[in-house]
Structure formats: C-alpha cells, structure tokens
Design a protein around this ligand. Structure first.
Ligand SMILES: Nc1ncnc2c1ncn2[C@@H]1O[C@H](COP(=O)(O)OP(=O)(O)OP(=O)(O)O)[C@@H](O)[C@H]1O
Ligand SMILES: [Mg+2]
Length: 323
C-alpha cells in the first residue's frame, strides 16, 4: 500500500492486524462518516488519517491537522469555529475557523481527548448538523468537512472521569480504528526496517547498512514501546553511523541489547529440587512458541532465539509437526 509522497517513507505493512485495519480504513474513506483512530504513541495514527483522506473522494481538497493538546482553552473555540471581528477583546479582525478552512476536505483533530469540554459540545453539534457557529456571529454556516479524530489515551476512561463527553464519544465512535502496536504486528518489523534503511540511505546519500540474523532476532524480541517512530529513528541512526556495514548487535541501543527473554521469564530459582527433564521442557517450550507465533515457524524460531533450521530440526526430533 502507498502514501504517494517522496518526502517520507511510504506507509507500509503486511501483517494480518495491519491489513485488517487498512480494509476498514478503505471502506470508511469512501464515506463521510467521522472516524476515531486510537492507538499507542508512534503507531501511525496521523499517517492513517492522511491515508483515509487520500483514499477519499475529498483527496483534492485540504487535509488540515490540529493538535488539540497544543491549543490554549481560550483559543480552541475560535480556532475551530472562527470568530467575527470584535467577538472578544483582541479580535481586531474576523478569522475563519479550521472547520471552514477544510471545507469539502478533512479536518484531523489530533489528541482529541485534550479538547476542552465547552468546545466538545460545539463539535458535537457540528457533527450532528453540519452547522458551524462562528464566535460572535448570530448565524450558523453549513460546512461539509470530514472529521477524523485521534487519541493515544483511552477515551472511554476519560468519559468515565467526566473529562470527555459521552455523546461526542459515541458520535466519533461510529467507525473506530485501532492501530495495533508494533509488538503485535511483528511480521511488519523487518519490512519496515528495510524500507527505513533504504529510504534514509537515499535521503542522506550514503550506502545502506545490512540487516543480519542476530540483529533481526533482537529487533523481533524488543517490545518497541515507541512503536514505528522508534524503529524509524533507530534506522536513521544506523544509516548515519554504520552506512554500508553489516549490522551487529553492538550497533543496537543498550536497552534493546539488554532485553533477553530467557533471563526475564525463567529465573534459575525456579529450578525444581527434584530435577527436570530437559527433553520434556524443550518440547513444551517449542509447542508454546509455535502457539504464540500462530504456527509460523520463522516467528517461533525468533521467539526461541534459534535459527529456523535449528527449530525445524528440533520440531522433527520431538515429532511435533510433520507437514
Ligand atoms: N505503516 C507505516 N509505514 C511507514 N512509516 C510509518 C507507518 N506508520 C507510521 N510511520 C511513521 O512513524 C512515525 C510516527 O507516525 P505518526 O506520527 O503517524 O504516529 P502517531 O500514532 O500519530 O504518533 P503520536 O501518538 O505520537 O502522535 C512517522 O514518521 C510515520 O511516518
Ligand atoms: Mg500523532
């Protein structure tokens, strides 16, 4: 799939959770329904909002993004809805709001959870009626702007705490899209890393460094709390510091190198005093890894820090799978 711009790497992903999300995004893009995008920081919410706009019949009109967290409460309403001259002290000229500026296009409201409650009720009115009430003007104007909102905080929790309007939440929730974190779409790690390494090497005019198996395994094992942004930044750093090299574990940041699942989950103190059957334990662990990897042997091998061939040999040895 593409996001056709040369200024940024393309939007990329092949894992089942990503493709499922993209299918819904394409369907909703064709309509004018509001969309709520939820997902951890750095998962690609803004990129997805742009994708929906590009895939929509509105793609020739503006895509305007506003970060609600960066708007002071006093200005939020006029920023969105506009104001008439003299609407408040300091309003020396009339100003068009962002909803109107995105007429026939898309307005992306990032960090919607931070929107002041007073503005939330006006936004709900707009979503329900298309009427946009300019501050300091008696009349409303009708505007056709598609709203896409995003949040990395559980909006449901904010509703519970009384910080987000229930009715607005449900209005935005018509088509909720959840962008999966990178650790739940590990099939995407390597293709994304390859794309970022190639893209940044062209961008910086240097030879791309090469991924190697140990580095791939480490990348798969890491939980990527900063998601795609973290992977992208790491790749840019690897391009700059190690252009043209075969990448080694030593080139990865300390926190990624330090992450070793065996020591985390199996402290030696768990060793039973009656002893243990190593053969049996190995069989159990292989079965668990295969189940965890949805039957995908390459992924199971990475979870066990083995090469695929070694895992296949051991699967055969234990008579686990024959096909
Ligand atoms: N599927 C993808 N393919 C390629 N690049 C991606 C993809 N998803 C995200 N990125 C890149 O990762 C970075 C973070 O993406 P984006 O800003 O859209 O995330 P976000 O969810 O809005 O983050 P935040 O919650 O911090 O605002 C951007 O540089 C973006 O281009
Ligand atoms: Mg964002």
């Amino acid at each position: 799939m593409t996001s056709n711009t040369d200024c940024h790497p393309k939007m990329q992903g092949q894992s089942p959770p990503f493709l499922a999300m993209l299918r819904s995004a394409r369907l909703v893009a064709a309509t004018r329904a509001p969309v709520l995008i939820q997902g951890e920081s750095g998962t690609g919410k803004e990129l997805l909002a742009q994708f929906i706009h590009e895939q929509s019949p509105r793609h020739r009109k503006s895509f305007i993004a506003i970060n609600c967290a960066a708007l002071p409460e006093a200005l939020a309403e006029s920023e969105l809805f506009g104001h008439a001259k003299g609407a408040f002290t300091g309003a020396n000229t009339a100003r068009e709001g962002r909803i109107a500026a995105a007429q026939y296009g898309t307005l992306f409201l990032d960090e919607i959870g931070e929107m002041p409650l007073t503005v939330q009720s006006k936004l709900l009115r707009f979503l329900e009626s298309g009427e946009c009430q300019v501050l300091g003007e008696g009349r409303s104007i009708h505007i056709d702007t598609r709203i896409i909102a995003a949040t990395n905080r559980g909006l449901a929790d904010l509703v519970q705490q009384g910080r987000f309007r229930n009715d607005l939440y449900y209005r935005l929730q018509v088509v909720p899209l959840e962008v999966p974190p990178l650790r739940q779409r590990s099939d995407d790690i390597e293709p994304l890393a390859q794309q970022f390494l190639q893209w940044f090497s062209r961008h910086h005019g240097v030879a791309a460094p090469q991924l190697t198996d140990p580095v791939r395994r480490m990348m798969h094992r890491w939980s990527w709390p900063g998601n795609i942004r973290e992977l992208r930044n790491l790749c840019e750093r690897l391009v700059i510091l190690h252009s043209g090299s075969d990448l080694a574990i030593e080139h990865l940041p300390h926190e990624i190198r330090a992450c070793h699942p065996t020591t985390e989950r199996f402290p030696a103190a768990d060793f039973p005093i009656t002893g243990i059957s190593l053969e049996h334990l190995e069989r159990e662990l292989i079965m668990k890894a295969l189940a965890h990897a949805g039957g995908n042997r390459s992924r199971a091998a990475r979870l066990l820090d083995l090469s695929r061939d070694t895992l296949l040999y051991r699967i055969k040895k234990h008579g686990l799978q024959t096909d």
